[in-house]
Structure formats: C-alpha cells, structure tokens
Design a protein. Structure first.
Length: 609
C-alpha cells in the first residue's frame, strides 16, 4: 500500500487500507491530468461519436421506452400511491429495459454505455421512481458487476433472468456503514464442507431490495495475513434465511422499493462469489466508477424538462408589463439552467463514449460528472420552483383541481434531492477527486514519507522524488499550451489556453498544499474540496467546447458560441472564487465553532425563550 497508515488511529487505518485495497491503480485520464498540469486535449478532441449501428440500436430502444412511458406510466399516480403498477414492470420487461447493457447472446438489448445514458435521460425527464428502479438494478445491481467481473458460468446463469424482467439490488450500507466499509458487521463464514459461505447480518437502504430476485451482498469474510477481507456475493432472495424486514419510505421517490434486508444463516454457494474472496471492494468501487455515471444522465433529462418549463412560463407569464423571463433576476436563472444543461449533457456523453471505447480509465470523469451534474440539477429545479412561484410549490393534484395546467415541479424537486447522496455523496465525490489528484504525488514521494520503510529505501525514495519534482515543478510555471486541437474555432482556442494555464496553476496549488500540510493534508477537507471543484470546472469547460466544436456545422454558430461563452464565464467565476478561498476563508473559525457546538457549549441557541 502506497499510503503510510502507521501513524493513523486503528479505525482510520482500517478504513484507509480497505479503500486502498479495492482501488485500482489510476491510469492516465484527461480529467486527472487537469489536476496535475498535464492536459492532453487529444483525449477528447474530436468529440467521440457513436457509429451508425450504435445510433440505430439506441434510437430503436428509445422509441420503445418512450412508448412505454406514453402508454403505461403515470408518474404522478406512482408518486401519489407510492407504488409502480405491475403492468409497468411487465411492459418494461417486454422491451428489455432490465437488460439494456446485457449482451444479446444472453437475451439483452446489448446497448452501449452511451445509449444507456441516453435512455436514462428519458427516464430522468419523466419519472424519478422509474429512473431509480432501472438505475439501481442496472448501474450497481447484479448486471454491471457481472459484466465487469463475472465468470462465464455466472453470466449464463443470471444475465438471461434480467432479459426476462428479473430485478436486482446492491447491498452495502448498514447502520454503521455508509462510506466507511471498515465498520461492516455483515459477515460470511465458510461452511463446514467448504462449498458454501454462511451469511449473517442486516443491510440498510437496499434500493430495489423489496422487489429483487437477486442481490449483490458485501460481507466480511475471514481475515487473511492480518488484513480485513470484504467479499461480494450473489444472493438469490428466495434462499432460506433472506428476509425483507421493512420497506423504507422517503421525502421523494415515494415508490422506491428500498428496504432493510436481513440474512440469517443464509447458505451461499462458493461459486456465487464475484471476482474472488476478499475482492469485494474492488467489485464495489469498479462498479460505481461506471454506475455512478447514470445519475448525471438522469439529471440531464430532469434539467432539460426544467429548462422547458422555465422557457414556456418565462415567455407566457407577464408581470409589471412584460414577460417574467425578461426581468433580469429571472433571465439569469434561465440562462444558467440552459448553460448547465449543455455542459452536463456534454460531460455525460463524453464520459459515456470514453467508457465504451474501453481505452479510458473514467473514474475521475465519472466522479466529476456525478458531483457537478447532481448539484447543477438540484440548483436548476430549485430555480425552476422559484420561477414558477406558488404554482411550482403546488402539487399537480391541486393544480388539476382548480383547472390549472398540472406542470410537475414539486414532485421532481423532492425526487432530485437524493441524487446528491446516492452512490457517493457530494462530499465523498470531492474526497475521491482529491485522492486521485494526489495519486501522482503519492507515487513520486510516498516512499520518502513512509515511516514503515527502512531508512535506505526512504532515502532512495527521497532522491526519486527530488528527481521527479526537479523536472515537474518548473513546467508548471512555463507559459505553454498543451497541444491545442487543429481546426478549433478561435473563440474556443482562447478558452482552451485558459484551461491549460489554469491546470498548471491548480497543480502548483495542490503541490504547495502538500508541502505545507504534509501527511495531515487529508484532514484539510475544505481545502481539498476547493481544489477538486477547480478541476471539475476545467473539465466542464473542456467537455463543452469539445462537443460544441463537433456541432458547429450542424447548429447555428452564433448560438453555440454564445452558449459556450456563458458556460466558460460561469466556470471561470467559480474557479476564481475557489482560488481566492484557498487563502481567504473562515475554515478554522467555523471548525472551532463546530467543535464547541458538538460539546454542547451553545445549547442555549437551541432553546426558544
């Protein structure tokens, strides 16, 4: 392990070691390079496109999916009753909606990640509950880890089930386990005959768990060489000892089939282990790297619908002598939603195509897309409610009762909020991005700082680090641009030069933070968050320009240039704020105040006198 955990508390060291053990070595990525002054625009220019066959296959499925929504799905009824009618499941199964990426040889639609993302956009524009059903099943449920890590025998046994409409779930979270799997209590012990594992424990918030036919369950298995082991098991829910304890209900996504699942002496065949004993975190993290891309895709659909609502209402509703969309306060919200829609869609399509190429490590890109996309969608629906005013806050049922157009804003407002929590909270996304941004430095200097190593190896590590930084650091000050794409529009060229220059500045600031804080840098979560957000905004700019360049011949050039100008300037403002925040902030005072609040020093503030 490259990170020295010897000076950490046992709990922190255990958590770090489990997380690092499940983490693949980071291959060079475009977004990762943005954090280290190493921008390779060739990775994203020209903007990758699907071939004609992929386009046709994807379009055929989207026609089928739109048909099911039009004929069988009433999102408001589902929200009101908290259930998805059985005919909806049946009709989704008929079109292969539970096997979108499952290869055709196993009975699935065999679609690409890009086409799956486009289908998720349709769901996101229509119904949060259907979006969650299909996403939890296909993005993190059994299909994705089997496609990535399953044996041929496992694929032949389970993938055809999903083509026939079976539903799956993913069980990791427990009462003490959110983002920290080191506290996992669910355990699996080898059976006496050695052919099975006996599973015991309880999982919380298992989405689709109350409907699932099969679940991926993460459980502790016996330690090896003093190291904690977590293993991923395929568990069929009709196995004796599997019990749905209760169904959980939430503020939004009221038809979410989420529950507490208990496992009592459940016998799981050894052949149902995915990838291998002790490889569960690798399965979980690898699956999430791809799976979490679905959430921003869903958010693209939601923000497109929000934009439509704002455009129509902003143009038709008049106050103070003119349409409300012409009032600057409202116009600014509409412009931001439009810019964020294009930026978000660009990131999702770009990262989807990267995943389809099989030549890219997309963990940084997918984390940025998830973090930025879910937060932008939440802000967009919040602004949409503000634009719609009281009608936005009113339920569709109430709007219908008084013969108003039942435009749903209140429902998606409730449904979208959880996306900042699902599949890694926004705070965890920032820490993931910070970890990946530090990866080249850990590789370069980790040995020199690792107190576990003999002094000779540490000295050799220090010399290696000195050689690395002697070459690397001066480059971060040179006024050069990284191989700008040929044929790029002049307006875009200036913006990409800014990306290149700012990437080097970001790399310097990250390095300076390492020098100042040393091994305690991981405690500087707000500082790391600001650095993570700067890199995210650089990716937003880059992805938007790449896509816009590819569309110049198809769409009005002035419109595209204006759109990208808005995206660029919005991101630049945020970047400048984050850079200033590295020095000028109130982090220490706020942290000190929080500690006193936790001690109870300010309990008087809670009392009403």
């Amino acid at each position: 392990m490259e990170i020295d955990t010897s000076k950490m508390s046992k709990g922190k060291a255990d958590a770090m070691e489990i997380a690092e053990a499940g983490r693949d070595k980071l291959n060079k990525t475009f977004a990762g390079g943005l954090y280290n002054g190493d921008v390779n625009f060739k990775d994203i220019f020209p903007f990758p496109e699907q071939n004609d066959h992929q386009k046709k296959e994807g379009q055929n499925f989207r026609v089928d999916l739109r048909g099911v929504f039009a004929d069988h799905i009433n999102p408001d009824w589902i929200d009101e009753h908290g259930e998805i009618p059985e005919p909806v499941f049946e009709n989704l199964a008929k079109i292969g909606a539970f096997a979108i990426k499952v290869p055709k040889k196993y009975g699935g639609r065999g679609l690409s990640q890009t086409n799956y993302s486009k289908a998720a956009m349709i769901c996101g524009s229509k119904c949060g509950n259907i979006s969650a059903l299909l996403s939890a099943h296909q993005s993190i449920g059994v299909p994705q880890p089997l496609l990535m890590y399953g044996t041929e025998e496992q694929k032949q046994k389970y993938l055809p089930m999903f083509a026939n409409g079976s539903i799956s779930a993913f069980a990791l979270t427990e009462n003490l386990v959110g983002s920290d799997p080191s506290q996992m209590q669910t355990e699996a012990s080898p059976s006496d005959d050695g052919g099975s594992f006996i599973l015991n424990g309880e999982k919380l918030w298992c989405t689709n768990g109350t409907k699932a036919d099969v679940i991926v369950v993460m459980a502790k298995t016996p330690d090896k060489n003093g190291k904690k082991q977590i293993t991923a098991f395929i568990v069929e829910t009709n196995t004796p000892g599997v019990e749905v304890v209760t169904r959980c209900r939430f503020m939004g996504l009221r038809a979410l089939y989420n529950g507490i699942i208990r496992f009592n002496q459940v016998r799981v065949p050894k052949e149902n282990i995915i990838l291998g004993e002790g490889r569960g975190m690798k399965v979980a993290l690898g699956t999430l790297n791809i799976g979490r891309l679905t959430l921003p895709a869903i958010c693209v659909g939601a923000i497109k619908e929000a934009l439509r609502i704002c455009r129509e209402w902003g143009a038709s509703r008049s106050q103070w002598g003119q349409p409300i969309g012409k009032h600057a306060a409202i116009a600014d919200k509409i412009a931001t939603i439009a810019a964020d829609t294009f930026a978000m869609e660009s990131m999702v399509l770009l990262t989807g195509q990267m995943a389809d190429s099989k030549n890219h490590d997309i963990r940084v890109e997918s984390a940025v897309a998830k973090m930025w996309g879910t937060e932008a969608a939440w802000k967009a629906i919040d602004d949409t409610m503000q634009v719609r005013g009281g009608r936005g806050y009113e339920t569709v049922q109430s709007l219908k009762n008084r013969d108003e157009d039942p435009i749903p804003v209140e429902r998606p407002f409730r449904d979208l909020r959880v996306n900042l929590i699902f599949e890694g909270s926004s705070e965890i996304m920032r820490l993931i991005l910070a970890r990946e941004a530090l990866d080249p430095h850990i590789k370069a200097a980790g040995a020199a700082l690792d107190s576990r190593l003999p002094i000779k190896k540490r000295i050799m590590g220090a010399m290696k680090a000195l050689w690395f930084y002697t070459k690397w650091y001066p480059k971060q000050w040179l006024p050069i641009s990284h191989g700008l794409p040929k044929g790029i529009h002049p307006s875009f060229k200036k913006k990409l030069k800014y990306v290149s220059k700012t990437s080097r500045k970001l790399a310097r600031k990250l390095f300076h933070a390492m020098v100042i804080h040393g091994p305690s840098l991981d405690k500087q979560q707000l500082l790391l968050a600001r650095l993570s957000e700067i890199g995210a905004e650089l990716f937003v700019i880059s992805a938007s320009i790449s896509r816009a360049q590819s569309l110049l011949e198809e769409q009005d050039k002035k419109d595209l240039l204006n759109l990208v100008d808005c995206i660029f300037n919005n991101s630049k403002i945020k970047i400048n704020q984050k850079f200033r925040g590295l020095k000028s902030n109130n982090d220490k005072n706020n942290y000190s105040l929080a500690k006193k609040v936790l001690k109870g020093d300010y309990e008087s503030l809670e009392k009403i006198v």
